[in-house]
Design a protein around this ligand. Structure first.
Ligand SMILES: *Cc1c(COP(=O)(O)O)cnc(C)c1O
Length: 389
């Protein structure tokens, strides 16, 4: 008999009942050190006081009115995002994959309105992940996500990750946009080198192609800059954001330049819940915290500390662990043992990591993790690796 919850997930036998900072408390009372942060969602850890206050204050005042009316919380969050990014304008969604849907629509509408309706092809990369909506699975294109789901949304070309020559060859007069994660998350913490991102920007400029960055996982301070592309010194035309921006409350956004967004006039897109007062109140508190002086400098300092300790960990367990990769607090350990064995061994030591493709485990701790917690993380990962040796 089918489970009452549709069985699309293979879940670990863990059930958490409370969260405090970098810690998750299991129903049986065990305290787990959370290096997964709900897959890079709980950017400020669990129950951060500023977020709890923003949510509960708003919950006592007003939950929902719809986008038929002005939503001051939405305006306030959009203003913050515009102030701190390349973007001139923001549309709010409830998730990453909804942001993907709009990014695709926006890019196609842009060319349509500029008199080039044939420019619909969007170039994406193998190993990418853009969510599970129709556009999201068509964009990523992997058989694992698309098989059996009938005709896919057309107009996507999939190229090997980081292959500049293939990219140059693939751009035609039908190309609408290139969509890429600056750091692949699900794909196994694979950063696109800054030089690649710069080259991609130049190529897009030469051919009038829009650059869409998917910063759903790598954005909002995760890499040590507010947005990952800042490291390369370039700006996209359109950017998808979600996960960390809500700090645990469902919230996503599409950020765009005025030009890229020019086709999206009244009535061309919408959402019932997108940009609701609850999500936007929390999002504004996340933005205020992450953009406060020294916050990102601390993320970078802790990243260097964690990375250095991970190098030591890997050196002590050469038969289980292979190499560390990634940037900021978006780190991956390429494993020699099966990555799920390492994740499960971590559970036994009360430390949470997240598996990814390419036999990698992801470390995506709260950006607020302390130095002591980093030491505890290493000690627990050390015990986990030792248990597999
Ligand atoms: C998680 C993720 C998505 C999808 O977000 P959902 O909120 O699950 O729809 C899209 N792109 C990237 C890079 C992601 O990591």
């Amino acid at each position: 008999m089918i489970a009452s919850v549709l069985p699309t997930y293979s879940r670990a036998p863990l059930s958490f009942v409370k969260g405090e900072g970098s810690w998750l408390i299991e129903a049986d009372g065990r305290r787990f050190l959370d290096l997964g942060a709900g897959i890079a969602v709980n950017a400020l850890g669990h129950a951060h006081p500023a977020l709890v206050k923003a949510l509960t204050d708003q919950a006592g005042a007003l939950w929902h009115t719809s986008n038929l009316y002005e939503i001051p919380q939405q305006q306030a969050l959009a203003d913050r995002l515009v102030e701190h990014s390349f973007a001139d304008t923001v549309f709010f969604t409830n998730s990453g994959t909804e942001a993907c849907e709009l990014a695709v629509k926006m890019a196609r509408k842009y060319h349509y309105d500029k008199g080039a309706p044939e420019r619909v092809e969007i170039i994406t990369f193998e190993g990418s992940f853009h969510g599970r909506s129709a556009a999201g699975i068509a964009a990523a294109g992997s058989e694992k996500m698309t098989k059996g789901f009938g005709p896919l949304l057309g107009g996507f070309t999939h190229l090997p990750f980081g292959d500049h020559d293939a990219l140059t060859a693939a751009i035609t007069d039908k190309t609408c946009a290139v969509m890429v994660e600056p750091v692949q998350g699900e794909g196994g913490i694979r950063p696109l080198p800054d030089a690649c991102l710069k080259g991609l920007r130049d190529l897009c400029d030469q051919h009038g192609v829009l650059m869409i960055l998917d910063e759903v996982q790598c954005g909002v301070g995760r890499t040590g800059r507010l947005f990952a592309h800042e490291w390369a010194g370039i700006n996209p035309d359109i950017m998808m954001v979600a996960k960390g921006i809500g700090g645990g409350f469902p919230l996503g956004a599409v950020l765009a330049s005025e030009d890229a967004a020019s086709g999206m006039t009244a009535g061309t897109h919408g959402s019932t819940y997108g940009g609701n007062p609850l999500g936007c109140a929390v999002g504004a508190a996340v933005m205020d915290t992450v953009t406060a002086p020294e916050f990102l400098a601390e993320v970078n300092r802790k990243s260097a500390l964690l990375r250095q300790k991970l190098e030591g960990l890997i050196a002590s367990h050469p038969e289980v662990l292979d190499a560390v990769r990634g940037t900021g607090l978006m780190l991956g350990i390429k494993c020699k043992a099966p990555n799920m064995d390492m994740v499960n061994a971590g559970y036994a030591q009360k430390v949470i990591t997240v598996p990814a493709a390419d036999n990698v485990i992801r470390l995506l701790p709260p950006l607020t993790i302390s130095d002591d917690e980093i030491d505890m993380a290493i000690a627990r990962l050390d015990a986990a690796a030792a248990s597999l040796a």
